[in-house]
Design a protein around this ligand. Structure first.
Ligand code: N01
Length: 502
């Protein structure tokens, strides 16, 4: 550690954290641990938890092993299953929020309406009519929170009940009803087995088949949990084993490492071959793209569900939605009482529709009108002192977003620490650094499986994946220390005087 690093911080920045999901809670804890006390955390809803608060569909679970899907500083020996269910994860975040004194500091039901930058300061306004002035804004607004509803002819004419999986209507009973679901992605694969148990007749409208890795959701015994409680080393080892598995198998499989790719490919293909006996059904369920191109679905109940007597897999394209149901390309009308849209999310919205303006009034929609690009996922060019947690090219392919947020959090704190020392008042990436970063990311994409012949939410309009194309280790290493040569920094004399006077 250098002498400068030992020097006590001289300025206490005002920080606004937007969103109290997994990343916002984490960021608030870490800012406060770093001695940064002037932190405002704004949450549009009445509870923390983000995606785990929003999504309540039956079967909701996390496909990352629970002992790894935890903050590194708050391990949990009490997980009930290998892949924790949604309500249990929500409870975990609520527990962390209380334990670390975050919950009481969150301003709930306060949505940010605008954030505007001017000379080293952000002015943030909210739905409650409040205005906050901040030195830094941390956008912890999540990735998949804007449901994408399909633009299918006649959708507004449907006379039954219709809802998106992220807006599940629990007042609607499915018991004995004619239910339809559009989509067969990660969400649908979890919801379908549960809906199939309830529905009278269940039609699954599949546009594209998915590869499925058959990992069962083991329930942990009380005895096992007690052993983990009694022995924190055992809990650490379990977590490390999952970390190793995901880093060396899963993330390598999707980023161009052939042995791992072959392993996952074989596992998914054998799963399909041995789970589906009927050749016609198997053909319908066979994807025509490489394993991993779309997010690999981890599931052991989907194939059983599609083979139930009350379930029909419809692969003829949807031509329209009628008042009574769905019409497919073969002319058949599938009559439905309830239509579930499991049609995914708009992944490129990030913090929008917030009215966000950077230097010289530049609107975020204009900054990103041609292409969404950042520097190191966190910095939006011309939006100084603003960070975007889990931004584009964060390595999201089948890895824990908590681990990603922790790395990004460490990086942000290092930048803020330099501000505290008075090295600058404003920081943004140089245009050439943004260009170089995006070229570097793009260069790695050719080796990945995401460009393996499928359409997915991983790809932007140019067909460029928004993921990280290299290994997790490489990302972690590159995120260790901000490369200050990549930034434009500014000082504002009046601001320094103000801070010193304070
Ligand atoms: O959404 P998706 P998701 N007509 O975009 C279909 C995370 N997640 O909510 O493949 C007909 O993957 C679409 O068809 P196609 C995870 O990161 C995590 O399932 O485009 N069909 C597809 O089948 C995941 O990747 C967990 O041809 C239409 C489906 O709808 C992400 O969320 C659990 C259509 C959308 O699939 C999104 O998953 C759940 C149309 N007009 C989710 N429009 C964890 O366990 C769309 N489709 C951590």
């Amino acid at each position: 550690m250098t002498a400068a690093e030992n020097f006590p911080p001289q300025r206490n920045p005002k920080v606004v954290v937007i969103g109290a999901g997994m990343t916002g809670v984490l960021m608030t804890i870490k800012l406060r641990e770093a001695g940064i006390t002037d932190v405002t955390i704004l949450e549009k809803k009445d509870r923390l938890g983000g995606t785990w608060r929003e999504n309540t569909y039956p079967g909701l679970a996390c496909d990352i092993p629970a002992h790894m899907y935890t903050y590194s500083f708050e391990p949990n020996p009490n997980w009930s299953h290998r892949f924790a269910h949604g309500p249990e994860i929500q409870k975990y975040f609520e527990h962390v929020g209380r334990k670390y004194g975050v919950t009481d500091r969150i301003s709930f039901n306060e949505a940010v309406t605008s954030s505007t930058y001017n000379d080293g300061k952000w002015t943030v306004t909210t739905s409650k009519g409040n205005t906050y002035i901040a030195d830094f804004v941390i956008n912890s607004t999540g990735i998949l929170h804007h449901p994408a509803k399909p633009n299918i002819k006649g959708i507004e004419s449907f006379e039954g009940k219709m809802f998106h999986t992220a807006e599940w209507d629990h007042s609607v009973s499915l018991k004995g009803k004619r239910v339809g679901i559009i989509g067969t992605g990660s969400t649908a694969a979890q919801a379908i087995p549960e809906v199939a148990k309830e529905a009278g007749h269940f039609s699954i409208f599949q546009r594209t088949a998915q590869w499925i890795l058959p990992l069962g959701n083991k329930e942990f015994s009380e005895e096992f949990k007690q052993k983990l409680r009694d022995n924190p080393n055992r809990l650490r080892r379990l977590r490390s084993a999952y970390v190793w598995g995901l880093q060396h198998l899963m993330t390598k499989a999707v980023t161009g490492h052939q042995p791992q790719r072959a392993l996952f490919s074989a596992a998914c293909k054998l799963n399909l071959r041995f789970s589906i006996k009927d050749k016609v059904l198997r053909k319908k369920l066979t994807p025509d793209y490489a394993v991993g191109c779309k997010r690999i679905i981890i599931n052991k109940t989907f194939y059983d569900a599609v083979q139930r007597d009350n379930v029909e897999l419809v692969t003829d394209g949807i031509t329209e939605i009628t008042p009574k149901g769905i019409r497919t390309a073969d002319g058949k009308e599938h009559e439905l009482d309830v239509l579930i849209l499991s049609t995914g999310f708009k992944p490129f919205n990030f913090m929008r529709p917030m009215d966000m303006r950077g230097k010289d009034g530049l609107h975020i929609d204009d900054a990103w009108s041609r292409k969404i690009q950042t520097y190191r996922s966190l910095f939006i060019p011309e939006f100084p002192n603003s960070f975007l947690m889990l931004g584009p090219n964060t390595p999201i392919g089948n890895y824990s977003v908590i681990a990603m947020s922790e790395v990004q959090c460490g990086y942000i704190l290092k930048v803020i620490k330099r501000w505290q020392r008075g090295e600058f008042d404003a920081i943004e990436p140089k245009p050439e650094a943004v260009k170089a970063f995006n070229e570097y990311v793009k260069a790695g994409m050719a080796n990945t499986v995401w460009v393996g012949g499928c359409k997915s939410w991983y790809l932007d309009d140019d067909g460029d994946p928004i993921l990280w194309p290299y290994t997790w280790k490489q990302w972690e290493k590159e995120m260790e220390e901000p490369e200050m040569g990549d930034f434009i920094t500014e000082k504002f004399p009046t601001k320094i005087a103000e801070a010193t006077a304070a």
